[in-house]
Design a protein around this ligand. Structure first.
Ligand SMILES: Nc1ncnc2c1ncn2[C@@H]1O[C@H](COP(=O)(O)OP(=O)(O)OP(=O)(O)O)[C@@H](O)[C@H]1O
Length: 255
């Protein structure tokens, strides 16, 4: 029997998840003692998903995020961003990867006080000498509701408005992943809810992959999925979380 062209056709190579972590271990050593902050973590983050990382204090959340963001190096195991294995990169290559392919939102906003909101939003693109699409800028500014605040200095903006600037700055370059570290930790609950809604909407409408570390079950309930760490290990994985289901799992972990 002749083989038809259809029968030998191969499927196009599948896009890998945004981030893939395999057997990730991080040991901090100082003096004679050592701490195993991560102990063989395997986890994947799908493209366009909003995922929260939770766990008791000291469970390894920040260490995991820092290793995934190329801010810290693992002791063993691997972290892939798309098709790039971060563990094979030099410090210079990691700096470029953070600049070009990752967005960051921190608890403390991290805006430059002498620059206006718009200048802060544009700064990473300027540093990278990346052309900014005016439509993309207008879209991102519109999504976070900053149109009438663009010429303000951070000192003339509320905490929530400053965090909106930081979110717009992180989203502008369509990075492969946005890492948010306690993004609502310095905000009241109403303003925090707005920021979480922007992060959720950016995942839904712009297919932006977002990974957020948080202690707050209400914040985590905005995510599509919550992964739980304890003692440096991934111990639970919850889809379609609510504040109550997250709280129940956390109570179980602390028991
Ligand atoms: N630079 C470091 N040197 C030594 N030990 C560290 C360092 N950073 C973190 N650790 C230890 O690694 C473990 C995990 O810390 P990590 O900050 O990742 O936890 P976390 O879950 O983010 O905690 P928290 O919720 O309190 O912020 C802890 O025991 C911590 O003391």
């Amino acid at each position: 029997m002749h083989q038809t062209s259809a029968s030998v056709r191969t499927d196009p190579p599948q896009e890998p998840p945004a981030v893939v972590v395999r057997a990730l271990t991080k040991v901090y050593s100082s003096g004679g003692s050592s701490v195993r902050a991560l102990d063989g973590v395997d986890v994947e983050f799908a493209r366009g998903a909003f995922t929260a990382i939770m766990g008791p204090s000291g469970s390894g959340k920040s260490t995991l995020m820092h290793c995934m963001a190329g801010l810290d190096t693992a002791t063993s195991g691997s972290v892939r961003l798309g098709r790039t294995d971060l563990t094979t990169l030099t410090d210079k290559q990691l700096t470029l990867l953070r600049r070009d392919r990752i967005g960051f939102v921190f608890q403390s906003f991290n805006l430059l006080p002498m620059l206006t909101a718009e200048q802060n939003i544009l700064l990473p693109a300027q540093i990278a000498r990346r052309r900014v699409d005016p439509e993309r800028l207008a879209h991102v500014v519109g999504v976070v509701g900053l149109d009438d605040r663009l010429d303000h200095l951070p000192s003339r903006l509320s905490g929530g408005q400053q965090q909106r600037v930081a979110v717009a700055r992180a989203l502008l370059g369509s990075p492969e992943v946005v890492y948010a570290d306690e993004p609502t930790g310095n905000l009241d609950s109403r303003t925090g809810a707005e920021i979480l809604a922007f992060l959720r909407d950016s995942a839904r409408t712009m297919e932006q992959t977002v990974v957020m570390v948080t202690h707050d079950p209400v914040a985590a309930s905005y995510a599509d999925r919550v992964v739980f760490l304890r003692d440096g290990r991934l111990v639970d994985d919850l889809a379609a979380p609510t504040a109550q289901t997250v709280l129940d799992r956390l109570v179980g972990l602390e028991a």
